[in-house]
Design a protein around this ligand. Structure first.
Ligand SMILES: *Cc1c(COP(=O)(O)O)cnc(C)c1O
Length: 418
C-alpha cells in the first residue's frame, strides 16, 4: 500500500489451518454468509470458545465480542447458570415431540413479560417465527400482500428476500417494499391496494441496516393505518425482544401489534423462534384453526430450559438495563469524539444496547475493522450489521475498546493524509 501502513495480518497458524479445512467442506468456508467477512476482506476469525464478554480463537487470542452471535448472548458467553442447567436437563432426554413442562414454563414467563402474548407458538428460528406470523396474517385476512421496509431483514423466507438469486418473481409479487418512516408513502400503498394487504411487517428498531433508530410516531401510524384497512401489524422482535428492557419493544413504545415474533435472546444461545398474540388471532393456527405450521424440534426441552434460565436472570437484571444502555451511550460518544478529533467522518447510531458505525469514506470501515480485530476487539464484519453489548461487558471492556479505537482512528487519519 502506498501509505506504508500495512494491512494487519490477522491470521495465525492454527486459525489458518482451520479456515483451510472449512473451505474444503463449506461454501466460502461458512454456514452463513456474513461469517465469511466478505465486506471487510481479510480473514474471518474462527472462534473456539466464548466466556462472558470475550471470545477466543484457535491460537488463543482474546477478543472483546460485540457481535455476541448476532444479538443472541445478552448475558454474555457461556453463562454458568445456563451451562449448568443444560448439564442437568439433558438427563431427561433431548426431544420428545410431545408437550412438556419446560415449554409451558418458558411461555408463561414470556407472557408475564409481554402480556400481549396470550397464546404462543414456539419454533426453532426467527425465520420460522416470521414465516408463521405472515402465514397466519394471510390466513386470517384472506389477503395476499404484505408490506415490509427497505433494508429490513426478516429471515430467509423466499418472499422476504426480494434481492436474492433463486427466488421466482411470482414468489415476491405480493411483497411490497416501503421506505422507512414515510407516512405518506404508506398511506398511498394502502389506498392503492385497499383490501389487498394482509399485514405490515416491521422491526421496531432496525438492526439489519446498521441500527435504524425507532420512530415512535411512525410505529403508531402503522398501528392506525393497519387497523383502518383491516390489515394485521406484525412486529419482528427477533432482535429487539428483551434487548432494551425486560419485555418487548412494542411495550417500550406503547404500540400494540397483532402478532409479535421473538428469537435470538429468548433461546439463551440455542436455536429458537416464537410468535404469539391475542388468543383470537392465534387460534387460527392448526390444530384449532386452518393455518398449518409444524416443526419437529419446536419447544425442544434443552432450548426451553436455556430460555427459562435466561429469562429468570434477565428478570433479576431488569433494573440494570439502564446501566447497559448507558455503557453504549458512553462508548458511542467516545468513539464519535475520537473520530472527530482525527477528522474522520463517521456516523455512530445507537439505541439501547445496540450500536453501529458507518464511515463516510469507502474502504475505511474495512481497515478499521481489521485493525481493531488485531487489537482484540471483535465488531460485526459489516457496516450493515448492528453491534451489541451484554451484561458481561464492563467499563474495563469499554475503555479498552475506546483506547484501541483511538489508536485505529490515528492510523486511519495518517492514511488519509498520505
Ligand atoms: C436474525 C433475524 C431473523 C431471523 O432469525 P434466524 O434465527 O436467523 O432465522 C429475523 N428477523 C430479524 C429482525 C432478525 O434479526
Amino acid at each position: 500500500m502506498a501509505t506504508g501502513i500495512e494491512e494487519p495480518k490477522m491470521i495465525t497458524e492454527k486459525n489458518r489451518a482451520l479456515l483451510q479445512k472449512a473451505q474444503g467442506v463449506f461454501v466460502g468456508g461458512v454456514n452463513s454468509p456474513i461469517r465469511a467477512f466478505k465486506q471487510v476482506g481479510g480473514y474471518p476469525v474462527p472462534i473456539r470458545k466464548g466466556r462472558g464478554s470475550k471470545m477466543y480463537d484457535y491460537d488463543g487470542k482474546e477478543y472483546i465480542d460485540y457481535v455476541l452471535s448476532y444479538g443472541v448472548h445478552i448475558l454474555g458467553h457461556a453463562n454458568p447458570e445456563i451451562i449448568n442447567g443444560i448439564k442437568k436437563i439433558v438427563d431427561f432426554g433431548l426431544s420428545f415431540g410431545a408437550t412438556h413442562d419446560l415449554e409451558i414454563k418458558l411461555a408463561e414467563r414470556l407472557r408475564k413479560a409481554i402480556p400481549a402474548l396470550e397464546k404462543i407458538r414456539f419454533v426453532s428460528s426467527g425465520t420460522e417465527a416470521v414465516m408463521g406470523a405472515v402465514r397466519l396474517a394471510r390466513g386470517i385476512t384472506g389477503r395476499d400482500k404484505i408490506i415490509k421496509f427497505e433494508g429490513s431483514y426478516h429471515g430467509h423466507a423466499d418472499y422476504l428476500l426480494v434481492k436474492s438469486g433463486g427466488v421466482p418473481k411470482n414468489f415476491i409479487q405480493h411483497t411490497l417494499i416501503a421506505p422507512n418512516a414515510d407516512n405518506g408513502y404508506l398511506d398511498k400503498i394502502f389506498e392503492r391496494n385497499k383490501s389487498g394487504i394482509a399485514a405490515v411487517l416491521v422491526e421496531p428498531v432496525g438492526g439489519n441496516n446498521g441500527v435504524v433508530l425507532p420512530n415512535e410516531p411512525f410505529l403508531k401510524h402503522l398501528r392506525y393505518i393497519t387497523k383502518r384497512y383491516g390489515a394485521l401489524l406484525i412486529f419482528d422482535e427477533v432482535i429487539t425482544g428483551f434487548r432494551f428492557h425486560f419485555g418487548s419493544a412494542a411495550d417500550y413504545f406503547d404500540v400494540k401489534p397483532d402478532i409479535l415474533c421473538l428469537g435470538k435472546i429468548i433461546g439463551g444461545g440455542l436455536p429458537i423462534g416464537a410468535y404469539g398474540g391475542g388468543e383470537k388471532i392465534m387460534n387460527h393456527l392448526a390444530p384449532l384453526g386452518n393455518v398449518y405450521q409444524a416443526s419437529t424440534f419446536s419447544g425442544n426441552p434443552i432450548v426451553m430450559h436455556t430460555g427459562i434460565t435466561t429469562l429468570k436472570r434477565l428478570d433479576l437484571l431488569k433494573g440494570s438495563y439502564r446501566h447497559l444502555n448507558n455503557l453504549v451511550i458512553y462508548l458511542s460518544q467516545a468513539l464519535s469524539q475520537e473520530a472527530k478529533r482525527h477528522n474522520i467522518d463517521v456516523s455512530i447510531r445507537h439505541f439501547g444496547t445496540m450500536f453501529s458505525i458507518y464511515f463516510k469514506k469507502s474502504g475505511y470501515f474495512s481497515l478499521f475493522h481489521k485493525t481493531l480485530l488485531k487489537e482484540g476487539i471483535y465488531l460485526a464484519p459489516s457496516e450493515q450489521e448492528s453491534n451489541f453489548i451484554s451484561f458481561s461487558h464492563d467499563k474495563k471492556d469499554i475503555e479498552k475498546t475506546i483506547n484501541a479505537a483511538r489508536k485505529v482512528f490515528g492510523i486511519l487519519a495518517e492514511r488519509g493524509r498520505a
